[in-house]
Design a protein around this ligand. Structure first.
Ligand code: HEM
Length: 415
């Protein structure tokens, strides 16, 4: 790909400033077929992200946080199990082996760049890191970690169509002018659909991160299928009817109480792009019709009863990084926004870690001992006998004090 010297120079300078090897990024751009206007939009997005991170630090205090989804509501240990009846066409990449179970971490978060009260309307994030996945990494610059990340929020569509919308919008966000790109009188501007999606995004208030549906919003390729993915709570879980939202961290409190008293479970689902319907790949404001193509459950995420908030675990939760490109072959993030995320997530993660002078942990198990010492296999888990109701199918991983696995007959039961 040929570039004019001035553009090349600006891009290289920006890449060096964010600590990303410019040769690596230029190779990536070529490999992914990223056009020159897309490259400029990506660089602009990275610069805005750094600006947001810097400005947000004045409000949030140290450490430097993610420029999006700055507040974690908790990080939990989980398992990710491919269902025995996964349809043949989805058996690719990490979904190739039916009935296979992986260990995972989940980071639940609020979407805003500022750390604010949980009762404020906001997007809610669920980022799942599945570990020990066999196969070659699709993005070698992230390392052969054998991990695969699934990153979702609780709205089915995004408030920008593509990388150009995103880069423009970020210029205003970096100045904390949250609505100006969507609607403004001077200069006159209106992006009606994007504005509507943004309002939907920031209107969401939830009772607990365990009782929400989460969506990838962007499409991916799995084997030969083009899909979006989503998680929804398994049936059979019960949640409190009334939640006191006066505590600014009530979502963490809910997580803590609920996981101290029992497990939780999510169905992991895929929605396939089918011909003859409006299911665009590069317009993230479009919701794919569930009537034309319903979500199909292909895996189950179990969260065993556990303690969440040791200092060490909080630190780990702040420092891990999620990236939609951390995945093994058979999987490919699609769309211009997803292409941009390959560079932007890494750049922003590197920036905050270098500002905070901390390493980036990339876990391979549930163990979070910093110095690499072995952990008790039950680290953080609550190994006790739950009292009600038994068997609870979503508590499959709970271990009783006498060592037996609880609810072992659940596999035969439908969720
Ligand atoms: C449209 C689909 C998207 C979804 C579902 C999504 C969701 C999320 C979530 C849940 C997180 C928090 C991850 C964690 O817990 O560590 C996150 C972080 C982040 N997102 Fe997105 N996002 C989307 C699009 C984008 C786009 C298009 C960009 C920029 C091109 C972007 C930039 C970022 C960055 C820079 C972070 C912080 C990464 C880090 O420092 O570790 N996101 N996103």
């Amino acid at each position: 790909m040929k570039k004019t010297p001035i553009i090349q120079c600006t891009i290289t300078a920006s890449l060096l400033a964010i600590g990303l090897n410019s040769a690596t990024a230029t190779d990536l751009y070529q490999e992914m077929g990223i056009t020159k206007p897309e490259q400029e939009a990506i660089m602009s997005a990275i610069n805005s992200a750094r600006e947001i991170s810097k400005r947000a630090e004045q409000y949030n205090g140290l450490p430097y946080r993610r420029d999006a989804h700055a507040k974690a509501t908790g990080c939990a240990r989980a398992t990710f199990s491919i269902n025995p009846d996964i349809p043949e066409r989805f058996k690719a990449g990490m979904f190739a082996d039916a009935d296979k179970q992986y260990l995972a971490w989940i980071r639940f978060s609020n979407g805003d760049m500022l750390v604010q009260a949980d009762s404020k309307g906001d997007a809610r994030g669920m980022a799942v890191k599945v570990m020990g996945v066999p196969g070659k990494a699709i993005a070698p610059e992230l390392g052969e970690t054998h991990n695969q990340d699934f990153i979702m929020t609780n709205t089915p569509a995004f408030f920008n169509r593509n990388i150009f919308d995103y880069a423009d919008d970020m210029l205003y966000l970096a100045k904390f002018e949250r609505t100006k790109w969507f609607i403004s009188f001077f200069p006159p501007r209106l992006h009606p659909k994007q504005f509507y999606r943004a309002i939907q995004t920031v209107s969401s208030v939830i009772d607990t991160p365990l009782n929400a549906q989460y969506f990838s919003m962007l499409p991916y390729r799995l084997g030969k299928s083009t899909i979006k993915f989503s998680t929804k709570p398994c049936s059979g879980m019960s949640f409190p009817n009334k939640v006191d939202k006066s505590n600014p961290d009530y979502l963490s409190k809910q997580l803590e109480t609920q996981l101290a008293n029992g497990g939780a479970c999510f169905e992991f689902m895929l929605q396939e792009k089918v011909p003859g319907h409006y299911m665009p790949v590069d317009d993230a404001t479009a919701i794919w019709s569930e009537k034309a193509s319903p979500f199909i459950t292909v895996a189950t995420i179990n969260i065993p009863p556990q303690y969440l908030y040791s200092d060490q675990q909080q630190q780990f939760c702040e420092n891990i990084s999620m990236n939609p490109w951390r995945a093994v072959e058979g999987w490919e993030p699609l769309s211009s926004l997803n292409k941009a995320r390959r560079v932007v997530y890494q750049a922003v993660s590197k920036y905050r870690h270098s500002q905070n002078k901390v390493p980036t942990p990339e876990p391979s198990s549930w163990c979070i001992n910093e110095n690499g010492e072995a952990c008790d296999e039950n680290q953080g888990l609550i190994v006790s006998k739950p009292t009600w109701p038994l068997p609870r199918c979503f508590d499959q991983n709970a271990k009783s004090i006498d060592g037996e696995t609880l609810a072992s007959d659940c596999k035969q039961q439908a969720y």
